[in-house]
Design a protein around this ligand. Structure first.
Ligand code: ZN
Length: 185
């Protein structure tokens, strides 16, 4: 896993990391908020010049919106708050390595830097399943860093899935048919 502060890609830019931990902690709190609503716990905070412009957590289930990933929510709020569809000079803190959709979004939004916590081996597109941000055709470079508070984020995800499996196991048991061998619940 890439450590915080280790650049995966990106052009030369002056980076202020002094508040990275603070903002990632806030993203983790948002992830927790998602978990309490039954959503996979991923949180994101979008910051420019030390000011939080947007916050979001994963909520595709609650919003009936497959695009409602934490990054998407935070970027939408930020763009709306500054009344601009581009957010140059901003940093997105997200508790999980971005997927292909969100990786594309960060380029469209002209985000300067993305800092993620845990890596996502199955669908992460920063390093895990592909290095999207390094693609030659992109007309904008996002500086990528990973690993900040990765353990905290991974632990949050693990306990969420553990609790959900337990709950589903119980629900399944509750749906056993009255008559053995039938499929009528
Ligand atoms: Zn995503």
């Amino acid at each position: 896993m890439k450590q915080a502060g280790q650049a995966v890609s990106g052009s030369v830019l002056t980076i202020d990391r002094s508040r990275d931990l603070e903002f990632m902690r806030e993203a983790l709190e948002l992830a927790q908020q998602g978990a309490s609503q039954g959503e996979v716990p991923v949180g994101a905070v979008l910051v420019r010049d030390g000011v939080v412009l947007g916050r979001g957590f994963n909520q595709p289930i609650g919003l009936h919106d497959p695009s409602a990933h934490a990054e998407m929510q935070a970027v939408r709020e930020a763009a709306c708050s500054v009344q601009n569809y581009r957010l140059p000079g901003s940093t997105l803190y997200v508790t999980l390595e971005p997927c292909s959709m969100c990786a594309g979004l960060l380029v469209h939004a002209r985000i300067a830097r993305v800092v993620y916590a845990a890596s996502e081996p199955r669908a992460g597109m920063a390093v895990s399943q592909g290095r999207f941000f390094e693609q030659e055709f992109l007309n904008h470079r996002v500086h990528v860093e990973g690993g900040l508070l990765a353990d905290e984020s991974a632990q949050l995800l693990r306990s969420f899935f553990h609790a959900r499996r337990k709950k589903r196991g119980k629900a399944q048991a509750g749906r056993l048919p009255d008559r053995p061998g039938s499929c009528e619940a």
